[in-house]
Design a protein around this ligand. Structure first.
Ligand code: ADP
Ligand code: MG
Length: 724
């Protein structure tokens, strides 16, 4: 048997393990190089960073064939000493770091001494450089980390020029994928544009080889907005607002952020996020997501933001050494920093968009709907085709009996009685009218401020940590969901947390809600009567008393209409019709079956004569209405399906009809219930949980009132399994 054969041999019953051998250094280096220089744009980024580290004030980039044929970066920096040229392109040679501890305070972008070396393993590198005071420069080429020839004297202008030719010439697969995929040039332009926005005192240019015009050409300037205008155009700058924030809680502010963010007028399909942390161009996925979420929650869906943000932290708070190309960094207190930035952006957006009226826009509902709801679209058309779309009295469209398929308020959404159709429209209708008020009026109200401070002071830090960093596992039953945090599993009461989240959001968005427009005005009186019909406290026989109560409550709401409209976007017109409701959480509309109860609570339970109590009770009523209660229709899964059996007497009119089990079930009602339940499940996972992680400040009471219950610790479970 050949001892060098690495493949395992099956001989009789035995398997020879493959031999372990030391890789040749050139192979190791080439593998490592492939990691550092993943594509032409990563080479450009490394070279430009070297130029910036060398103190250049001009950096010019020329690219041929998306960087595969040629990348040339020239700068006017300090140049490279003649004596250093022999080791310039060896792995781990650098002028920026000598001891590991230096990493803690490093200011330069490079420090690993790997970039140039890597390029010589996967391409042909030629360096031309001159240092100050020299009469001539030197040119030298490198291959596999070493000089190919002695440095040749040559004429040179101040600084360094690095030329990389035939990148990945020796990595066939990489070259092929890059050739097949879109050319890397746009990515290169993108990098240079970002550098140009941040390093405003350096002038950058980037062009294709042989092109007379540069695709990025920035001149050194003292104004950030000029730099952004230069690269991204005047139309972007017009819609930017400045943002600045620092960590006020910390004695000596350790964290500072400054930059520009787009306002509500800015329209783009994709987010542009230019992030520099301690002057390093980096990605921070968590921060990017949080920002996108704030924009989606505050502004119309269609537009993604433009963000330029520069964050400064003490260098010992940033671990730059977690990624070979230093693309991602890890921060101390990342959660906290993200939270502060998120709040600052939210505040900024609200206050900078005081006059904008948003256009009506239909969003693509299919993108937001769970897959199983989309499937039902097919049936829904058929079912709705024979139905009328005239106005229906409110008493017939509000569900008062869970088993009664006729009678639900959903038809208000689009004036159609088709309940299934509504379910898609329900999501798309939310953008109908968005008008904003001057948040100053509302923002300065001290009682609202006190309520927000109470939320903060009651927040349970342990639970906050659990909520922020948990993973959603799934629904345990109708009310509880299972989440995992580190090695612990918790049951979370969905109704309680969503109620609290909505309450807090109602106070946070106070005076600045987007609106859900009801497509037909809903008379308060009818809604109140509906609610009272279900109310067991009011004696059933006494209809007159009910009418009286309804009238009183309707009057109370009409009297306070201006206030509830202004602060909570609950719009009641002069005739006592409900017209609009607030968007408390983006992408979410409350269960309209609960609207009558909500109106009754607003009329009955809100304290109107004390400002703070009024805000608290109104926000609580909103919280209760918008919470993710189980749908009124019973859960049809498992034995729940029995509840959807038809009432035989009524269905057959006394005649004897042979029925299969299938026919016994009220299919329409069942389909509706299934949709409601699956939609709720989808919403819990995709809307409630992400929002909870970003916004909820769980009160201390939730640790003891059964809202969060720790059910298992994985360590203990493992121990149990070990024993088994
Ligand atoms: P690093 O930047 O991590 O130190 P590199 O391989 O990118 O490693 O560069 C190695 C060294 O070469 C740098 O430390 C620097 O001293 C020198 N160098 C590279 N590019 C330039 C340049 N454009 N101007 C001056 N010196 C440079
Ligand atoms: Mg470098």
């Amino acid at each position: 048997m050949d001892v060098d054969d690495p493949s395992p041999r099956v001989d009789g019953g035995g398997v020879d393990p493959p031999r372990i051998r030391r890789l040749e250094e050139s192979v190791v280096n080439r593998i490592a190089a492939g990691e550092v220089i993943q594509r032409p744009s990563s080479a450009v980024k490394e070279l430009v960073e070297n130029s910036l580290d060398a103190g250049a004030s001009t950096v010019s980039v020329t690219v041929k064939d998306g960087g595969l044929k040629l990348i040339q970066v020239s700068d006017d920096g300090h140049g490279i000493r003649f004596e250093d040229l022999p080791i310039l392109c060896e792995r781990h040679t650098t002028s920026k770091l000598s001891a590991y501890e230096d990493l803690q305070t490093i200011k330069s972008m490079g420090f690993r001494g790997e970039a140039l070396a890597s390029m010589t393993y996967v391409g042909h590198v030629t360096v031309t450089t001159i240092t100050e005071g020299q009469l001539h420069g030197y040119r030298v080429s490198y291959k596999d980390g070493v000089m190919e020839n002695e440095p040749k004297p040559c004429a040179a202008v101040k600084g360094t020029q690095v030329m990389v030719e035939n990148l990945f010439y020796n990595m066939v697969a990489r070259r092929k994928t890059l050739q097949n995929s879109n050319d890397d040039y746009p990515k290169i332009v993108d990098f240079i544009s970002r550098f140009a926005v941040h390093h405003i005192n350096v002038s950058f240019s980037c062009r294709k080889h042989g092109a007379s015009r540069a695709d990025v050409h920035s001149a050194s300037t003292s104004s950030r907005l000029d730099a952004i205008r230069n690269v991204y155009g005047a139309s972007v700058v017009r819609d930017l607002v400045e943002i600045e924030v620092s960590d006020e809680d910390a004695g000596d502010a350790v964290f500072k952020m400054g930059g520009y963010i787009s306002n509500a007028n800015y329209v783009a399909k994709k987010i542009t996020m230019i992030l520099f942390i301690n002057d390093r161009l980096v990605d921070c996925t968590a921060l990017k997501r949080a920002i996108e979420f704030v924009y989606a929650a505050t502004l119309p869906q269609a537009s993604k933001p433009f963000i330029y943000m520069s964050i400064n932290l003490p260098s010992e708070h940033v671990d730059v050494n977690i990624h070979p190309t230093k693309k991602e960094v890890s921060l101390l207190n990342q959660e906290r920093i993200i939270e502060i930035i998120k709040n600052a952006i939210e505040e900024k957006l609200r206050s900078s968009n005081t006059t904008r009226i948003f256009q009506t826009q239909a969003i693509n509902s299919s993108a937001l709907m769970p897959a199983n709801t989309q499937k039902e679209k097919g049936t829904e058309v058929k079912m709705s085709s024979g139905m009328k779309s005239q106005k229906t009295p409110v008493s017939q469209i509000v569900r008062t009996d869970p088993r009664n398929p006729s009678g639900r308020l959903h038809s208000y959404w689009h004036g159609q009685s088709s309940n299934l159709e509504m379910k898609c429209d329900l999501v798309s209708v939310r953008n109908v009218v968005r008008s904003r008020r001057n948040p100053k009026d509302a923002g300065d109200l001290s009682s609202r401020h006190e309520l927000l401070t109470e939320i903060d002071s009651h927040c349970h830090p342990g639970l906050l940590e659990v909520v922020k960093n948990c993973t959603y596992v799934g629904l345990a039953d109708d009310v509880f969901a299972l989440i995992q945090h580190n090695t612990h599993l918790y049951l979370v009461n969905i109704v309680n947390v969503s109620k609290e989240l909505m309450y807090q959001q109602a106070l946070c968005r106070f005076g600045n809600f987007n609106a859900i427009q009801l497509s037909e005005p809903a008379p308060l009186l009818d809604l109140l009567l509906m609610a009272l019909k279900d109310d067991e406290l009011v004696c059933d026989e006494n209809d007159e008393e009910k009418l009286e109560i309804a009238k009183v409550n309707s009057e109370i709401l009409k009297d306070n209409a201006e206030m509830i409209n202004e602060y909570f976007s609950i719009h009641v017109d002069q005739d006592g019709n409900l017209i609009r409701l607030p968007v408390v959480l983006d992408q979410y509309t409350p269960d309209m079956d609960r609207l009558p109860e909500f109106v009754l609570t607003m009329g009955n339970d809100v304290t109107w004569d004390d400002e703070k109590e009024c805000f608290r009770t109104a926000a609580a009523a909103i919280g209760n209405f918008y919470a993710l209660h189980p749908p009124i229709l019973p859960n049809p899964s498992g034995s729940g399906i029995q509840l959807y059996k038809k009432n035989k007497d009524c269905m057959t009119g006394g005649e004897h009809v042979d029925r299969t089990d299938e026919d016994d079930i009220d299919q329409e009602l069942l389909a509706e219930a299934e949709t409601a339940w699956s939609q709720r499940e989808w919403t819990i996972q995709h809307v409630l949980f992400p929002s909870m992680q970003l916004f909820l400040k769980p009160p201390k009471s939730m640790a003891t009132d059964g809202t969060f219950v720790q059910v298992a610790s994985l360590e203990k479970l493992y121990k149990i399994f070990e024993r088994c």
